[in-house]
Design a protein around this ligand. Structure first.
Ligand SMILES: Nc1ncnc2c1ncn2[C@@H]1O[C@H](COP(=O)(O)OS(=O)(=O)O)[C@@H](OP(=O)(O)O)[C@H]1O
Length: 375
């Protein structure tokens, strides 16, 4: 079969080739495919921004807690279970698609992901999607909820208007969906860059609880008491763990037993087990493509963290005024602080602390967040 692709813009080749594959041509081993793969992974041309001033970009305060996967001391053979994708040979790997988005903000839920996605979308070389969706900005859930029901072309339709820009999405359930790293790796390989924001798991849960009340999700209302919610979520979590023979006290050595305990957003306690979710990503996705950020730092040094993300994506730096302007608004703050104000009691926090200390400590060690404490 001879396929002729005619285009004036070489950046269109990966997308065109993907259509050829989807039409049934198994040409993934061919030379042109390998070349297109390189092209797909290369940074996109940049676009001028009217607000870019003549001054040389100056970095805000450098971040203290941002970590690239490659900066972590990870003994793959010891820490990743058999069958993990990063234990295998990956230099020969060819992904199924060459027209992937670049950025995937995968979570955590309630960790500041909407703000971060909005900021990146204001970069002149990046085009975000679904920007008018409020708290659901950038969310597609293709690799989790829609994996079986959508075709690749349906997913890519969401990015139709972004062809000359770097683009990406922000689906907060990906962090805890146990199969997403593998699906994303097989689909996109190293074209995909993963950004993970981690917020104090107890504050995350409290924010999640208030969101459920505000939006009346899963039967939550103003009458849903915090203590009832904590007890129920804990009980469901402990029962599922017991059933799977998973012991929280030895989570560091058997984290994989927790890995697929719940579907995304079905247990708010499980969502805060960051050590488990991070290990699942690190064992199944190239560490150089994973950037882990600290939400508390993001909230206090917003510019610094934003600049870190820009650099990670290979986008040109912006001048100080533009960065300050972009980061001056916070998004998804729950009706600007006018929403429900229910809080966890000290007793609720205590119970959660007892559980999370088993996963927080190995996480802080892994990330080398020395001297950092949550709650
Ligand atoms: N810049 C800045 N400074 C301080 N706090 C901030 C900022 N940006 C977002 N937030 C807080 O992040 C929470 C929303 O997170 P997400 O956007 O990830 O939520 S969601 O999962 O997409 O629904 C939500 O937390 P809570 O207010 O505790 O509910 C936001 O207030």
């Amino acid at each position: 079969v001879l396929v002729i692709l005619k285009t004036s813009n070489p950046q269109n080749i990966p997308r065109a080739l993907s259509n050829v594959v989807e039409a049934g041509c198994d040409c993934r081993g061919s030379r042109v495919f390998a070349e297109a793969q390189e092209l797909a992974a290369a940074p996109r041309p940049t676009v001028n921004y009217s607000q870019v001033a003549s001054e040389t970009p100056r970095r805000a305060n450098k971040t203290k807690y941002s970590r690239l996967g490659t900066q972590l001391q990870l003994d793959y053979a010891k820490m990743c279970p058999r069958g993990s994708l990063m234990l295998g040979q990956r230099s020969q790997f060819v992904p199924n698609h060459l027209d992937c988005p670049s950025l995937f903000i995968v979570g955590a839920r309630k960790a500041g992901t909407s703000s971060l996605y909005m900021y990146v979308s204001r970069h002149p070389s990046f085009k975000g999607i679904l920007l008018d969706r409020g708290p659901k900005v950038g969310e597609t859930y293709y690799f989790s909820s829609h994996w079986k029901s959508w075709k690749w072309s349906q997913y890519m339709k969401l990015f139709e208007h972004t062809s000359h820009y770097t683009t990406g999405e922000s689906s907060v359930g990906y962090l805890t969906s146990c199969n997403v790293p593998e699906r994303l790796w097989r689909s996109c390989g190293k074209q995909a860059k993963i950004v993970i924001l981690l917020r104090d798991p107890i504050k995350r849960l409290e924010s999640n609880y208030r969101m459920r009340i505000r939006l009346q999700l899963r039967g939550y209302s103003n009458n849903t008491k915090a203590s009832t919610m904590v007890n129920l979520e804990l009980e469901r979590f402990i029962n599922a763990a017991l059933k799977n023979g998973a012991d929280i006290q030895s989570v560091e050595h058997s984290w994989e037993k927790f890995r697929c305990l719940f579907n995304p957003s079905s247990n708010m306690v499980f969502e805060g087990l960051y050590y488990v979710h991070i290990m699942n990503w690190l064992c199944n996705f190239p560490p150089e493509n994973i950037l882990i950020l600290n939400s508390e730092e993001f909230f206090h040094n917003t510019r610094g963290v934003f600049e870190e993300v820009i650099e990670f994506l290979g986008l040109p730096p912006l001048d100080r005024n533009t960065t300050a302007f972009i980061t001056s608004t916070s998004y998804n703050t729950g009706r600007g602080g006018q929403g429900p104000r229910q809080q966890l009691s000290e007793m609720d926090r205590k119970k959660l602390r007892v559980l999370y200390k088993h996963t927080n400590q190995p996480l802080l060690n892994l990330l080398d967040w020395e001297g950092f404490v949550w709650s």
